[in-house]
Design a protein around this ligand. Structure first.
Ligand code: G1P
Length: 297
């Protein structure tokens, strides 16, 4: 049986939603509490059993490479000061071997994946998008890999959204449903509510067969004038079964401001070193805000 060993993490986006923070810093390096978002993604891939990771980068993304490398001066300094917990944290992110390739033009997600085709070769592979962080008992990607092993076909991670949100996602048109698993009839990238075939949205996790590259090779533009991965999967579905799996776990959208703030608060609440103090502060804050809005009324 073919196993999924390789993963692509696209990280070439400009991060315009977080300007000016992302003027000189990759958005993937924005921290949730004290860990860059991209590290959560890499950790999920490794925890799922992925052996080789390629990050598709672009201009101004050097900090990502530095983050997953040793930092000798810093490590030496921490060692000499006997700050061994911090030293361990700093070293942790340098333990993985990551490959990099640049997307030379911002032509969309489908194009970013296509840039990694030579690294992938003729194997099934995973894609993890950095804007979606998933907290789950079994890592989200592992859940999809288990489905892949059963069906030997492409699997997309999905969750339901409200009909008002379909315009923000790739949406599937389900053919059949069996518990958490859908057989996919079609896929549409960011349809308006009136045109959406369902409310089942693609959530940034994919296992794809290498035949996807035949469709990405054509470089056809879709929604927003970009080469869309969703469109290529739609084409792939013409010749192979594609499945969608409603993964278990909470998905956080760190690609937009409010989602980023919510994720930071929730993750901090779960931390032993911060949770209690933050919970007390939030309680006080809510009380203060509520009494202020009562006065205003
Ligand atoms: C991308 C995909 C879309 C998916 C979304 C969330 O869109 O194109 O199909 O639903 O990620 O994972 P983006 O948010 O990058 O515009």
């Amino acid at each position: 049986m073919v196993k999924v060993k390789k993963a692509i993490i696209p990280a070439a986006g400009l991060g315009t939603r977080f300007l000016p923070a992302t003027k000189a810093m990759p958005k993937e390096m924005l921290p949730i509490v004290d860990k860059p978002t991209v590290q959560y993604i890499v950790e999920e891939a490794i925890a799922s059993g992925i052996e080789d990771i390629i990050i598709v980068t672009g201009k101004g993304k050097r900090a990502i490479e530095d983050h997953f490398d040793h930092a000798f001066e810093l490590e030496d300094n921490l060692y000499k000061k006997r700050k061994l917990d911090l030293l361990e944290k700093v070293r942790e992110s340098a333990q993985v071997d990551i490959h990099y390739i640049r997307q030379k033009e911002p032509k969309g997600l489908g194009h970013a994946i296509w840039c990694a085709r030579k690294f992938i070769g003729d194997e099934p592979f995973a894609v993890l998008l950095g804007d979606d962080i998933v907290q789950a008992e079994t890592p989200c990607l592992k859940q999809l890999m288990d489905v892949f092993e059963q069906y030997n076909a492409s699997v997309i991670g999905v969750q339901p959204v409200s009909m008002d949100e379909t315009e923000r996602y790739g949406i599937i048109d389900p053919l059949r449903q069996d518990g958490r698993l859908y057989e996919v009839k079609g896929l549409v990238e960011k349809p308006k509510k009136e045109e959406a075939p369902s409310n089942v949205a693609i959530m940034g996790r994919y296992i794809l067969t290498p035949e996807i590259f035949k469709h990405l090779d054509k470089q056809e533009q879709g929604a927003g004038g970009e080469i869309q991965l969703t469109d290529a999967i739609q084409k792939l579905n013409g010749t192979q079964n594609v499945y969608a799996y409603v993964f278990e776990g909470t998905r956080y959208d760190v690609g937009e401001k409010l989602g980023f703030i919510k994720t930071t608060i929730e993750m901090a609440l779960r931390r032993e070193d911060l949770g209690e103090e933050l919970r007390n502060y939030l309680r006080e804050l809510v009380e203060r805000e509520l009494s202020l809005s009562a006065v205003r009324r």
